[in-house]
Write a protein that binds this ligand. Structure first.
Ligand SMILES: NC(=O)c1ccc[n+]([C@@H]2O[C@H](COP(=O)([O-])OP(=O)(O)OC[C@H]3O[C@@H](n4cnc5c(N)ncnc54)[C@H](OP(=O)(O)O)[C@@H]3O)[C@@H](O)[C@H]2O)c1
Length: 264
């Protein structure tokens, strides 16, 4: 899986953004049923003329589609909209404990994997307790858990759990939706390397092994966000590490425990 992908949540024009991203060399696209742009993403993939084997497409099963049958149907609809016979990674978007179907959703994911409708299965916004519940099923563990992760919310404890279980850490909002980019410490590191704060943050993701999927509608930013041919040294990495905020206070997205109660 490419370590750097391209996110399309809230893209102004997902077809245009994905077309630009593919032209700039991105090969991994991160969408979801709930982003309501799988059709546009699929159109851009088809129009690119790139061989399917060069593309890595991720989509996600939304909260209303928990449970085995609903998840199977939701995945089929996603594939239809994308115009693909398989995706490369299919994620359970949120654990949604309160719907009580998380574990049967995972059974559907395993079926989709066995049928070749997806090449890998993973989760998103899962906490250690959810990962332990999946492990207790005795089946396959998620290949990846995509969670909010950026310099203000570094998820160190969760990353340790992932490392112990052999789960790849995926980072959503890898730039903190821009909120982290004004940090003076990032400006200092960026100036030292002749790059932008966004490039420092994305390079930091690469060097710590998280799979980042930055979103942009701006062709110059789309290009710059994958121009990461420099190396952060120990002092640079320490400067970014020091930006972490305590006890989840740097979070910008929803608190996972609350989203468990969101049904749509
Ligand atoms: N699994 C989940 O629950 C979940 C949740 C949220 C997001 N995601 C995924 O993660 C992807 C990225 O997250 P995100 O879109 O929330 O946040 P993000 O990628 O951290 O930030 C996107 C924001 O930063 C701006 N930006 C991009 N590149 C920039 C640069 N070089 N300099 C300055 N600003 C820049 C973008 O504006 P412009 O477009 O104007 O450049 C946009 O406002 C999503 O698209 C989606 O695929 C997943």
């Amino acid at each position: 899986m490419p370590r750097l992908g391209f996110g399309v949540s809230e893209s102004r024009d997902a077809r245009a953004a994905v077309t630009e991203a593919l032209a700039q060399g991105y090969r991994s696209i991160d969408t979801a049923a709930v982003y309501d742009n799988e059709t546009a993403v699929g159109a851009a993939l088809a129009a690119s003329g790139l061989p399917r084997s060069e593309l890595f497409v991720t989509t996600k099963v939304w909260n209303v589609d928990h449970g085995r049958t609903r998840a199977l149907d939701a995945a089929a609809r996603s594939l239809d909209r994308l115009g693909l016979d398989h995706v490369d990674l299919l994620l359970v978007h949120w654990p949604n404990d309160d719907l009580g179907h998380c574990l049967s959703t995972w059974e559907a994911m395993e079926e989709l994997l066995a049928d070749g409708r997806t090449r890998a299965v993973g989760v998103s916004n899962f906490r250690p307790s959810h990962l332990r519940r999946l492990r207790s099923l005795g089946g396959r563990l998620p290949a990846l858990n995509q969670v909010e992760l950026h310099p203000h919310h570094q998820q160190r404890a969760l990353r340790e759990v992932h490392a112990a279980l052999g789960i790849v850490t995926g980072a959503w909002s890898p730039l903190g939706r821009g909120a982290v980019l004004g940090e003076p410490a990032l400006a200092r590191v960026a100036a030292r390397h002749g790059v932008t704060p966004a490039q420092v943050v994305l390079r930091w993701h690469l060097q710590q092994g998280t799979v980042a999927v930055p979103k942009s509608d701006d062709p110059r930013r789309i290009a710059a966000n994958r121009d990461l041919a420099f190396t952060l040294d120990r002092d640079d990495l320490d400067a970014v590490a020091a930006l972490d905020r305590p006890a989840g206070s740097g979070r910008i997205g929803p608190v996972p425990a609350r989203v468990d109660r969101i049904a749509s």
